[in-house]
Design a protein around this ligand. Structure first.
Ligand SMILES: [Zn+2]
Length: 346
């Protein structure tokens, strides 16, 4: 294994302190993305590998006689529930928690497992979690919220995401957000990994291997996919490869992104789990690639016909994907990002 132990004692102590009082659930399920998928449940994928759901969010874990390997803690409330379920159903401790990337809605809550588990994340997580210098000003886009002009955001001033995720931004738990906390993001419940990697690593537990495969993407430079091998054939990829759901944002059909998704399709697996929505199979990854390729071709055609961005957004309707989730929300962004990628440098 090629793990490193990124020890910054000051950071670790600060995080342990911050996470010792999370039982009141500053991260209620309601602040997470909501879709038609509802409820908390555990279900079987194959013999030893299971999924766990919190509403739209999915994690995956493998049970062995020596313990459990879990991907994606999701949040403090969910992790607390799942830890209890795992203990009563399987009677073995969680030995490893693997982060897919640092975003709060996937990476929060790993500290719940810290009494028995090593927490594993990409080296690039460390700089994402690092607190910026104390004199960092409030970002421009939230300065309007600072009604009294003291350079900080009190809870009475907070609006929008800053309000609903106030506790997630407030890393030092002093009830006020400074520029550094807002700039870093809502990461108060994402603890740094105990072990980091930059190249692929393999974890072996109970005689079964789990491959941890870094795949930096436009979505996250610490993005990692996880493949459960030795007869289990499950692949987990967070956020970026979606199942019967339009991919998120603009960078979905660039050459780099397409070739990255294709390298994932080239791996050996049967079950495919994105961190959101419905469970998938390998064919769903192929369908995701097909969508991106058809989108790229359709936008290229619109560009060649001299269409403006607005005209392309109206004409590239991707009709074959109208029954995919997030069609209404993401199609315009998918078209726009692809249009910009295809016309960049002209
Ligand atoms: Zn994400």
């Amino acid at each position: 294994m090629a793990f490193r132990s990124p020890r910054n004692p000051l950071v670790i102590i600060a995080f342990l302190f911050a996470c010792s009082a999370t039982t009141a659930f500053a991260q209620p399920r309601a602040i997470y993305q909501q879709t038609q998928y509802k409820g908390q449940e555990i279900g079987t994928l194959t013999g030893d590998v299971y999924y766990a759901r919190m509403d739209d969010y999915l994690s995956v874990f493998m049970v062995t006689p020596e313990g459990i390997v879990l991907v994606e803690p999701i949040g403090t409330e969910f992790a607390t529930w799942l830890k209890g379920e795992l203990a009563s159903r399987f009677k073995v401790p969680v030995k490893y928690v693997i982060y897919s990337h640092h975003h709060w809605d996937h990476g929060s809550g790993a500290s719940v497992y810290a009494d028995t588990a090593r927490i594993i994340g990409h080296e690039a997580m460390m700089k994402r979690l690092a607190m910026p210098p104390a004199d960092t000003p409030l970002p421009q886009n939230v300065r309007m919220q600072d009604a009294n002009g003291n350079g900080r955001i009190e809870s009475s001033e907070a609006q929008g995401n800053i309000k609903t995720q106030f506790a997630l931004f407030d890393a030092n738990r002093d009830g006020v957000l400074n520029g550094a906390e807002v700039t870093r993001g809502p990461l108060a419940f994402v603890v740094p990994p105990d072990l980091t990697y930059t190249d692929r690593v393999t974890i072996t537990l109970g005689g079964k291997r789990v491959e941890v495969l870094p795949r930096p993407t436009a979505h996250a430079d610490d993005n990692t996919i996880v493949r459960f091998v030795d007869g289990t054939n499950v692949l987990f990829a967070s956020d970026w490869i979606t199942v019967r759901r339009l991919p998120f944002g603009g960078d979905v059909a660039t050459r780099d992104e397409l070739s990255l998704v294709k390298t994932v399709e080239g791996l050996e697996f049967e079950h495919f789990v994105c961190s959101h929505g419905m469970l998938g199979k390998k064919a769903d990854v192929a369908a995701n690639i097909r969508y991106r390729e058809e989108l790229r071709a359709a936008v290229a055609k619109a560009v060649a016909a001299g269409q403006t961005l607005e005209q392309a957004q109206a004409s590239v309707t991707m009709d074959g994907y109208k029954d995919w989730e997030f069609y209404e929300q993401q199609r315009p962004a998918n078209v726009a990002g692809t249009y910009r990628a295809l016309t960049a440098g002209r």
